[in-house]
Design a protein around this ligand. Structure first.
Ligand code: HEC
Ligand code: HEC
Ligand code: HEC
Ligand code: HEC
Ligand code: HEC
Ligand code: HEC
Ligand code: HEC
Ligand code: HEC
Length: 336
């Protein structure tokens, strides 16, 4: 009886694996991105596998009118191109041509999320995180790319193009303000493969997960900040709960301190009701104190914003004021 089930099992397995062996290479197949991936970075790698005898060029395009022409040579099976994404749903299409004839078209969608803009925070249900760095995926690339980690912990690359990660992720640290560990390609200082209380479900899904909350990783290098903030009486919820990456991009950003947007936009993303500044001057009349679009008299060269009056992390004063008293705060910018 036992043997019989065993033989049935073998026949079953053979039957269903045979067609797989026989599967011909398709003319064009999108290897990456997978179906409906959620992306947290505004660049994604398009990798296609082709039957090189059947076509002689590929055109990859996004829905921002960017197109890339790649010519196909007879010996190469895979073609790769990084393309830009915009917030929300992105349509990527890949066309394969023989001469001027369109031989095949393949499409894929990707959703770029945002931690700042509420309308892009939660992608529609069909999208999922879909991590890339597992053994199955890496095996495909390793025919041509070195997939190993070649960073020495704490030692910056003299030539960053020598980092194995750089070859595929080169745009990551290229925005105006770049964070030291990212720009030195010490990627695994944060992407240590661990998970935290908020991303338990990601455990073992990728070699390069990071623990969420990320705080302890940040504090491993920013110990001074840890010590300073832990002594304060009041802490700002998103910082205290360790979600430093809600406000800071860990890699690079257009704004200083790698803030995801300039401070005012960042704060009002979560505190819309404070835009009008009605909360600032408490009298019987509801004076609207400006919160932006003015110069900040207390910080020469900077614009007035929420952080002119509030510390984004911690403070000894209630409402996270940058001064110990409300009176002291007003007199930073106004004569008594
Ligand atoms: C047949 C060899 C081959 C395979 C397999 C391959 N690549 Fe590439 N890839 C290359 C070459 C060669 C380049 C350099 C640019 C070029 O010549 O197209 C490259 C460049 C890239 C780039 C940079 C593109 C850009 O726009 O800067 C990325 C990202 C990339 N590959 C990702 C991948 C991923 C992910 C896989 C596996 C799913 C993969 N590649 C599989 C050969 C390959
Ligand atoms: C052959 C190209 C390639 C190389 C080399 C590579 N990556 Fe990736 N990586 C990808 C692709 C493709 C994705 C999926 C997102 C995308 O399409 O850009 C990705 C995603 C990631 C992610 C998001 C988590 C995940 O698994 O999806 C992290 C973190 C990451 N890479 C870190 C690294 C680090 C660190 C290195 C160097 C040790 C590295 N990568 C080397 C192609 C590559
Ligand atoms: C200071 C910590 C830190 C460093 C250093 C760092 N990362 Fe990240 N990375 C993160 C965090 C946190 C996220 C999660 C998304 C976010 O907060 O924007 C992330 C997200 C990513 C993503 C997007 C994941 C997705 O699903 O779309 C990729 C790709 C990535 N990192 C690759 C790298 C590479 C390559 C390096 C090395 C140059 C690197 N990271 C260095 C903290 C870091
Ligand atoms: C591997 C060490 C390391 C890790 C991990 C790390 N940082 Fe940094 N960070 C640095 C270095 C080095 C600098 C540049 C020197 C400096 O200004 O302190 C820096 C600078 C910064 C700055 C700018 C400081 C300034 O005054 O200009 C911010 C903001 C910052 N990091 C935030 C973070 C956040 C948020 C995390 C966690 C997601 C983090 N860092 C994780 C090493 C690290
Ligand atoms: C609510 C948004 C927000 C959160 C959450 C946040 N930060 Fe910041 N961070 C800012 C802003 C805004 C600045 C710029 C402050 C300024 O210009 O005075 C800043 C500046 C910094 C600086 C440089 C200036 C300094 O005070 O040393 C460091 C380092 C830093 N943050 C680290 C972190 C770490 C680590 C965490 C997580 C524990 C974190 N931040 C969480 C908004 C945030
Ligand atoms: C990711 C969402 C988020 C962002 C971004 C954010 N906050 Fe908050 N903030 C909160 C939450 C949650 C609380 C606690 C609950 C509440 O009071 O609404 C809070 C509380 C506060 C408080 C009241 C603290 C107290 O002790 O009464 C101040 C002041 C404040 N935030 C200022 C800021 C400033 C300034 C910025 C921009 C640098 C900012 N917030 C960005 C979520 C955010
Ligand atoms: C000119 C200084 C100033 C500016 C600019 C300012 N605030 Fe305030 N904020 C205050 C003062 C003063 C209080 C009240 C302190 C008290 O009464 O204890 C306060 C209180 C708060 C509180 C907590 C109390 C409450 O009513 O919920 C939040 C949250 C807050 N501000 C967010 C913001 C945000 C977001 C911005 C930017 C849009 C901003 N503030 C701009 C001075 C300022
Ligand atoms: C970081 C600097 C700063 C701080 C702190 C500050 N203010 Fe102002 N305040 C300004 C600026 C800038 C203006 C606009 C001046 C102009 O229009 O030229 C302004 C305008 C005002 C006005 C006139 C509003 C109107 O309707 O025209 C009043 C009243 C006022 N502030 C009261 C206060 C009080 C009370 C405090 C303390 C709770 C305070 N301010 C804290 C910068 C500040």
């Amino acid at each position: 009886m036992k043997n019989c089930t065993y033989i049935k099992y073998i026949i079953f397995t053979l039957l269903f694996s045979l067609p797989l062996f026989a599967e011909p290479i398709e003319i064009l197949k999108i290897v990456n991105p997978p179906v409906a991936r959620i992306s947290e970075e505004n660049v994604i790698s398009v990798v296609v596998e082709v039957q090189s005898a059947a076509i002689d060029s590929i055109v990859i395009s996004n829905d921002m009118n960017e197109t890339f022409h790649l010519s196909v040579n007879s010996s190469r099976t895979h073609y790769c191109k990084k393309i830009n994404l915009h917030l929300g749903e992105n349509n990527i299409s890949v066309n394969a041509y023989k001469g001027a004839t369109l031989v095949k078209q393949e499409k894929q969608t990707v959703f770029l999320t945002s931690k700042v803009h509420k309308e892009y925070r939660y992608p529609p249900n069909k999208y999922s995180t879909n991590f890339f760095h597992n053994n199955t995926n890496e095996k495909v690339c390793s025919k041509c790319h070195d997939m190993s980690v070649n960073e020495v912990p704490g030692v910056a690359f003299e030539d960053i193009s020598k980092s194995n990660c750089y070859k595929c992720h080169s745009t990551l640290a290229s925005k105006k303000h770049a964070h030291a560990p990212a720009v030195n390609w010490l990627c695994t200082s944060c992407h240590n493969g661990k998970v935290g209380i908020y991303n338990q479900a990601d455990k073992n899904k990728s070699k390069y997960t990071y623990p969420d909350p990320i705080r302890d990783v940040c504090f491993s290098c920013h110990e001074k900040n840890k010590n300073k903030w832990s002594k304060k009486r009041f802490n700002h919820e998103p910082a205290e709960s360790g979600r430093c990456n809600k406000c800071h991009n860990s890699h690079s950003e257009q704004s200083e301190f790698y803030l995801r947007t300039p401070a005012w936009e960042l704060c009002t993303g979560c505190h819309k009701d404070k835009i009008e500044g009605v909360h600032i001057v408490r009298t019987f009349t509801s004076i609207r104190h400006p919160t932006h679009n003015k110069k900040d008299p207390s910080r020469p060269g900077k614009d007035l914003s929420c952080i002119s009056c509030h510390n984004p992390h911690a403070s000894n004063a209630s409402s996270l004021l940058v001064d110990d008293t409300v009176h002291g705060l007003c007199t930073r910018c106004h004569e008594k």
